[in-house]
Design a protein around this ligand. Structure first.
Ligand SMILES: Cc1cc2nc3c(=O)[nH]c(=O)nc-3n(C[C@H](O)[C@H](O)[C@H](O)COP(=O)(O)OP(=O)(O)OC[C@H]3O[C@@H](n4cnc5c(N)ncnc54)[C@H](O)[C@@H]3O)c2cc1C
Length: 292
């Protein structure tokens, strides 16, 4: 299937890219890895008149870790995230999401930014990024603003980005000492599969290692947007980690989930899987604290 015709633009800087998307108007799309956009153009679901490629802007493709925070350029590829030493050591749930996304070919093209902007309920990056408290830097010709990832994704395929804005960076703080995290993806098949559902979990313990002082459980594909479970957090905070506690937290996360019946699985099955995946993700996160 051929692509529809379009004009191709290759800005060399972020300012130039912002100027272009501001001037070219609404029939313009930003192109990162193209694994979503070009597929939709080939299917004739989209026919932008202008594509603004981010490929030449090196600053957008960098991972920068300093002063306890990680700044991810939106054009960093899933494969780079999966292999980065700092991601592996400090943000293991993110590494797990990156290494489970699509196939090796897709991971070599797909970017973190593209994954967030497509705003698919089943996407692999949002749950762990939300668990780590990610904030996004958005930029246009008029300036910059910072938005928490929890507010960025509004509905399937919909974000708070305005047509003249681009995603410039994703910023995470390194979790406190005595923190552990994990991401588990459930698909119908092992490889090349969008999640049937997924769960990311983060736990932080107090100095004695006995009490949970911070907890986040984030679920994907069980609501129109990735869902942070307030009930699971309530169950976990102030408690001592145990198998029974993690089972209760799984129950609480399942009660917050809002899955629907579809051709892939029933809502009932998905709710049961939220319960189990939450339990497993919390257990894994806790094991990781103990082996630090
Ligand atoms: C075979 C196949 C398997 C896949 N498997 C998975 C999977 O397992 N898990 C998963 O989560 N996804 C999967 N995907 C979906 C897709 O690969 C990912 O969502 C990917 O991360 C998109 O990134 P990209 O760089 O290719 O985005 P692009 O296709 O380049 O762009 C996607 C959208 O984001 C916008 N955009 C990109 N960068 C920016 C920016 N910096 N600022 C503003 N807007 C921007 C574009 O304009 C476009 O609207 C799969 C896709 C295919 C084709």
């Amino acid at each position: 299937m051929p692509l529809p015709e379009f004009e191709f633009h290759e800005p060399a800087t972020v300012d130039e890219a912002c100027r272009m998307i501001g001037e070219l108007g609404e029939k313009t799309k930003i192109l990162a890895g193209g694994t979503d956009l070009l597929v939709n153009m080939k299917k004739k679901l989209l026919a932008p008149e202008h594509l603004v490629s981010l490929d030449r802007i090196q600053s957008l493709a960098q991972l920068d870790s300093s002063n306890g925070s990680l700044r991810i350029g939106p054009c960093v590829k899933a494969a780079e995230m999966a292999e980065s030493d700092v991601v592996i050591s400090d943000f293991p749930a993110l590494q797990e999401g990156a290494s489970k996304l699509g196939s090796p070919l897709i991971r070599n093209l797909a970017t973190v930014g593209g994954n967030l902007v497509t705003a698919r309920p089943a996407a692999d990056f949002p749950p762990s990024l939300i668990a780590y408290g990610a904030t996004l830097v958005l930029k246009s010709n008029h300036g910059e603003r910072t938005v928490p990832l929890t507010e960025f994704i509004q509905a399937p395929g919909e974000t708070v980005l305005s047509p003249d804005e681009m995603l410039k960076a994703i910023v995470l703080e390194k979790p406190s000492p005595l923190s552990g995290s994990a991401y588990i993806k459930l698909g119908v098949r092992e490889a090349l599969e969008i999640s049937l559902l997924n769960v990311a979990a983060l736990l932080t313990l107090d100095e004695s290692g006995g009490t949970i002082t911070a907890a986040r459980v984030v679920m994907g594909s069980v609501a129109p947007t990735p869902l942070l479970s307030p009930s699971a957090e309530k169950v976990l905070l102030g408690e001592t980690p145990s198998d029974v506690l993690f089972l209760d937290a799984g129950e609480a996360a399942a009660s917050d989930s809002r899955p629907i019946d579809d051709f892939r699985a029933s809502a009932e099955y998905k709710r049961a899987m939220v319960r189990e995946l939450t339990r497993r993700a919390l257990t894994l996160a806790f094991d990781r604290i103990q082996t630090q």
